[in-house]
Every structure is written in structure tokens, then in C-alpha cells.
Design a protein around this ligand. Sequence first.
Ligand SMILES: NC(=O)c1ccc[n+]([C@@H]2O[C@H](COP(=O)([O-])OP(=O)(O)OC[C@H]3O[C@@H](n4cnc5c(N)ncnc54)[C@H](OP(=O)(O)O)[C@@H]3O)[C@@H](O)[C@H]2O)c1
Length: 215
Amino acid sequence: MEELSRLAVLGAGHAGPVIARLAIKAGYPVAIATSGDPEDIALITELVIPGARARWAADAVANADIVVLAIPLHRFLDLDPGLLNGKVVVDAMNYWPASDGVLTPVTGGGSSEIVARRLAGSAVVKALNHIGYHELEDRARPAGAPDRRAAGVAGDDPVAVATIAGLVDRVGYDPVRLENLRAGRVLEPGGPVFGTVLTLPEFERAMREDARSLT
Ligand SMILES: NC(=O)c1ccc[n+]([C@@H]2O[C@H](COP(=O)([O-])OP(=O)(O)OC[C@H]3O[C@@H](n4cnc5c(N)ncnc54)[C@H](OP(=O)(O)O)[C@@H]3O)[C@@H](O)[C@H]2O)c1
């Protein structure tokens, strides 16, 4: 059997555990971390994310090929970028001023571009951010299922994008590869597919209509 990449999921709130569960179901080895002591989430991890290992963030990242950022964006700004050097990083975060506060560096641009600029030593791919955590789990379907939905993948490094498209596919969504990280703005709050759970044709139509509305 093909050996899958090792995942570290940073964030054990709403989105992190769902992403961790989907990845475990798909066969990925998964570690999960908060900013604190893994002992604090050990029991809940065992109960809610069976198969995942609770770790210190630094240990989870050190042992991972792919790091999923499922933490509030304002907390990301405190994360040491060096920790993520050399990793494929999935930016599952969204800029949400109501909870993040006004983050001047992010205002007026794509938040993943800011994330990528801070993580210059990593390959950042925007994915798994635009579907709410309940739906993300409930709507996941195996490849070929008639009611399978689509999920966007955007990045500037084609190898990393292919890796994450594979992850998205395995966890239950038709991956839609966007041109680059900047193009991934359509996946962010205010974009045409944010907060929706669309089939592939619906997803592509929403993108086309958005592109037309901008011309
Ligand atoms: N909610 C959704 O439906 C959904 C879906 C897709 C994407 N997202 C995005 O995912 C991000 C997280 O959302 P959420 O709703 O899951 O947030 P949340 O429920 O507030 O959970 C945030 C988690 O991040 C942890 N954390 C904070 N700083 C950290 C750090 N430096 N290292 C490791 N862990 C850290 C927190 O634990 P400690 O405070 O104990 O460290 C907590 O477990 C947001 O940007 C959101 O837009 C959310």
C-alpha cells in the first residue's frame, strides 16, 4: 500500500478535529496540537479523534510532511515561521475580523498570500478553509459518488498543490486546482464559493460567474 504523508494539524477547536478525523479515515498518520500541553487534549483526542496523537506543536510539526493550520489567523501571527520551514503547509484559516480583530497586514488582500509571505521557507497551499466544519465532515464522499462535492486548492508550488489535491481527494472532495495562491482569494470570505458546498459543475459555474462579474 502507498505510504501517505504524515500530517500535523495545528488547532484542536472546531475545524482541526474534523480535518484530523477525515485524514485518519483516509489513512494518513495524524498528530494534533494546540499551543499548549498535549496532556490537556490527550483524553478528548482519544475520544473524539481516535487514532490521532496529541503532541506539542513543535514535535507534531517536526515529524510531519504536511502541516495543517487550523488556528485563528490572529494566533498565526504569533507562530514562529521557522518552525514550519521545509513543510507543505495547508492554510485552512480565514480572516474573520469579528473574531480576529482588524489585522492591518491582511486587510485588502488575500490572507493566504500574507501567510505565504510570512512562511517563506514553506510551500503554502490554501485548502479546506471554505466549507464549514460540520459540512466538511458530513458531505465528504468517496471518489465517484454521485453526490460528491468539490473543494478548492490554491498554491504557487505545483508539487505541493498536487500533494494537497491528493489529500483533498482522499478525504472526500473533488479537488479544484486554482491557478495560484492569489487566485485562491475566491475561496476566502466574500469569495463566490466561501461557505458553500458545491458539486464540481456548480463550483466551476460559480467561479465563471464571479470572473464575469469582475470584468
Ligand atoms: N469553524 C469552521 O467551520 C472552519 C472551517 C474551515 C476553516 N476554519 C478556519 O480555521 C481556523 C480555526 O477555526 P476554529 O473555528 O477551529 O477555531 P477555534 O475553535 O477557536 O480553535 C482554534 C484552535 O487553535 C488552537 N491554537 C491557537 N494558536 C495555536 C498555535 N499557535 N498552535 C497550535 N494551536 C493553536 C487553539 O488552542 P489553544 O488556544 O489552546 O492553543 C484551538 O484549539 C480559522 O481561521 C477558521 O476561519 C474554520
